[in-house]
Design a binder for this molecule. Structure first.
Ligand SMILES: Cc1cc2nc3c(=O)[nH]c(=O)nc-3n(C[C@H](O)[C@H](O)[C@H](O)COP(=O)(O)OP(=O)(O)OC[C@H]3O[C@@H](n4cnc5c(N)ncnc54)[C@H](O)[C@@H]3O)c2cc1C
Length: 379
């Protein structure tokens, strides 16, 4: 477990006040949203129970172009142009046609935070719930007309509690032993995990080895230890979490949800970093229009909710493939694995996969109305 840098005891003073925007959660979604609002001059409070970058929430691999476009390239540890896939009967290298990079979580968070606006503050506080647009924390109540839940899978500001294992969640666990490697590797093999996959993601001087299970009832600790053992790495530096694998409402009762809280992590691959960036940028563009007086909050709620919903069929398609993979026989899995080692099907599929949340969305864009409309059409 990481050392908790969060202030304790007397250092934890009372918190109160009214702000223009309250962003609850300071990880990928919350920090990308704060960055997107940097030029508004708004009074923005970002809350998290941990200090920024204190607690890594993933294996930290994302498309390189997304990291570059957000000014985060300095956090990159290693870059890969292909994926090495292991199944019971076939092993293959899948060309991507673009690159994935592993990065350092703390450095990435610091780089995002450095791009905030002058009126943006951060406080460590545990968010306990809300009444309307007043958020209750363990340090007191804070209010804003624009409240955002970027708190991850638990969706603390939603009306209903998300409770594993009944909820539509996957689960992931990984270890971070020191060492080096040259390939992003995936294992799709029931001997590794019944329904899901294992991974080994090198990141400079460490390798992130983990297991993702599509079934929240299946335990992942023993499979993670076994995979680490199989690839000759000690099981040290555990970190894990639940991962939503179904899109949820992105707006509810006047509150905006983004990232895992809105189920924006992609099913099948559990890639949730670039989608957290993507939807945070889309939300930021809507909120900018509210702060600049070009639209009211209700319009922003409607437009952002519609933008998120426009992606539903892509999420459902990927969820269908997620359901299908564990049912494939070893022979069928081998056929698919070999097929994707060929450039034409691989490059076509991975290009479409990247388009679900394309990296150029991070570049300075036109006003929300234009960009949201264009993206909805593309979706
Ligand atoms: C083991 C594992 C490996 C993964 N690897 C990858 C990967 O390589 N690439 C990828 O794209 N995706 C990966 N994912 C998925 C990815 O981590 C998530 O989709 C992503 O973190 C979502 O970002 P977020 O900002 O929405 O939420 P989170 O990153 O979960 O952040 C939520 C924030 O809210 C804070 N918070 C939560 N509750 C409270 C509270 N009550 N009060 C105050 N603060 C609170 C947390 O401290 C945290 O900072 C992985 C997931 C797991 C579990």
């Amino acid at each position: 477990m990481p050392v908790r840098a969060t202030k304790r005891g007397a250092a934890r003073t009372a918190l109160s006040g009214d702000f223009d925007v309250l962003i609850c959660g300071a990880s990928f979604a919350g920090l990308a949203l704060a960055r997107e609002l940097r030029a508004t001059g708004a009074r923005i409070l970002v809350l998290d129970r941990y200090e920024i970058g204190e607690r890594q929430t993933s294996a930290c691999a994302a498309p390189t172009e997304w990291l570059e476009n957000l000014g985060l390239a300095a956090s990159i540890r290693q870059t890969f142009g292909s994926l090495v896939v292991h199944t019971p009967r076939a092993h293959a290298r899948w060309p991507l046609g673009w690159t994935f990079s592993t990065f350092d979580y703390r450095e990435l968070c610091d780089l995002l935070w450095a791009q905030r606006g002058d009126g943006t503050e951060f406080e460590t506080a545990k968010v306990d719930g809300r009444s309307g647009t007043t958020v209750h924390t363990d340090r007191g109540d804070v209010s804003a007309p624009l409240v955002i839940d970027a708190l991850g899978w638990k969706r603390n500001l939603g009306a209903r509690l998300v409770q594993p294992p009944e909820a539509r969640l996957s689960r992931g666990l990984e270890v971070h032993p020191g060492g080096a490697g040259g390939d992003l590797e995936l294992w799709i093999d029931k001997r590794v995990i019944r329904a899901g996959y294992g991974w080994s993601f090198p990141a400079g001087d460490e390798v992130r080895v983990g297991i993702g299970s599509f079934d929240p009832r299946d335990h992942v600790k023993q499979p993670t230890v076994a995979l680490a053992d199989a690839v000759g790495r000690p099981p040290v530096g555990y970190q894990g979490n639940w991962i939503p694998h179904r899109l949820r409402p992105a707006v509810e009762d006047g509150i905006f949800f983004v990232g895992d809280s809105a189920g924006h992590c992609l099913p099948l691959t559990a890639e949730g970093i670039r989608t957290a960036f993507y939807f945070a940028i889309a939300l930021g563009r809507e909120l900018r229009d509210v702060l600049d007086g070009r639209q009211d909050r209700d319009a922003a709620l409607a437009r952002y909710g519609a933008f998120s919903d426009a992606h539903r069929w892509k999420y459902e398609s990927m969820l269908n493939v997620q359901h299908l993979i564990p049912r494939l026989s070893p022979r069928a899995l081998a056929l698919v694995t070999r097929l994707y080692s060929r450039p034409v099907p691989a490059l076509w599929s991975f290009r479409h996969y990247l388009r679900i949340a394309p990296p150029e969305f991070a570049l300075p864009g036109p006003p929300a109305a234009v960009s949201a409309g264009a993206a909805a059409v593309a979706a």
